[in-house]
Design a protein around this ligand. Structure first.
Ligand SMILES: Cc1cc2nc3c(=O)[nH]c(=O)nc-3n(C[C@H](O)[C@H](O)[C@H](O)COP(=O)(O)O)c2cc1C
Ligand code: SF4
Ligand code: SF4
Length: 247
């Protein structure tokens, strides 16, 4: 089973390729989270987990979802993490998670995809995004071939800096950077409600036709990137930046 989590579509894109190549079922963790459901999964085929990188780790929301879910059948697990630049030492946390769940961990493959984190960085030009998506797709095909052959993903070298990023910096990042206080909507808002619909945590409601954020945000960047009129901003940082979402 290919179980994926996505905010802005990159991970879904790679997960679809993996599902097609492996002729396996595709399941969206974000949809289950949106419906308030815990996973109760059964498969004799390998488990393939696909997600973005949040602060050099798998997103805590996805980690917690996997933690709470039950997995019956196969004990073989591969992870694919897409990122804007790098996943650091994410493998260490994933290995512990696999130990917890009784999975045999076959490695994590890093796939560079277009950056979506416009609260802190910026999204690439459409040309660069297209190139990254094309190359990323080929890497996903390679990942599928390794999984089909039952082979481990190659283990990349881990630097001291990677340990720092995925360890204390990740903890700092979640404590101090992830939050919705800086989101606001400008006069460009047309009250379409797409931002509220897009939030897997039901964290946005429309009040007098304008979105209001309610304090429970995992920084998936769906709302700000999906708004059809680019009415949502995150502090000053996002102003004038290109939006990014892969359907
Ligand atoms: C909250 C947040 C944190 C991120 N942290 C990292 C990171 O540590 N390293 C990195 O290379 N990319 C990081 N990114 C970029 C995303 O991992 C990347 O764009 C990913 O492909 C988005 O996947 P999605 O479209 O499936 O949500 C971050 C993005 C977000 C929203
Ligand atoms: S998606 Fe954009 S235009 Fe639509 S309600 Fe939200 S902020 Fe307004
Ligand atoms: S408020 Fe926006 S960024 Fe936060 S979880 Fe919801 S959709 Fe994602």
């Amino acid at each position: 089973m290919i179980l994926y989590y996505t905010g802005t579509g990159n991970s879904r894109h790679l997960a679809r390729i993996l599902a097609e190549k492996l002729e396996d079922e595709l399941v969206s963790a974000a949809e289950l989270i949106r419906e308030g459901r815990t996973g109760d999964f059964r498969s004799e085929k390998p488990w393939v987990f696909v997600c973005p990188t949040y602060g050099w780790q798998i997103p805590h929301i996805f980690r917690d979802f996997i933690r709470e879910a039950s997995f019956t059948g196969s004990r073989e697990a591969w992870f694919v993490m897409d990122c804007g630049s790098e996943i650091g030492n994410a493998a260490q946390g994933i290995r512990s998670l696999c130990d917890e769940k009784g999975f045999h961990f076959h490695g994590v493959m890093q796939i560079k995809m277009p950056e979506n984190y416009i609260a802190m960085f910026s999204a690439p030009s459409p040309e660069t995004a297209e190139k990254l998506i094309r190359i990323g797709g080929r890497q996903a095909e390679r990942a599928a071939a390794l999984i089909a052959a039952g082979q481990d993903f190659p283990e990349p070298p881990v630097r001291l800096l990677d340990k720092l990023y995925s360890g204390p910096v990740n903890a700092f990042f979640y404590k101090f950077c992830i939050g919705d206080k800086k989101f606001y909507a400008t006069d460009r808002c047309i009250s379409c409600g797409k931002c509220a619909e897009s939030c897997l945590l039901h964290n946005i409601s429309l009040e007098q036709g304008r979105p209001v954020w309610h304090g429970s945000c995992t920084h998936c960047m769906a709302c700000i990137n999906l708004c059809p009129t680019q009415a949502i901003e995150y502090g000053k940082h996002s102003v004038g930046l290109r939006r990014y979402y892969l359907k």
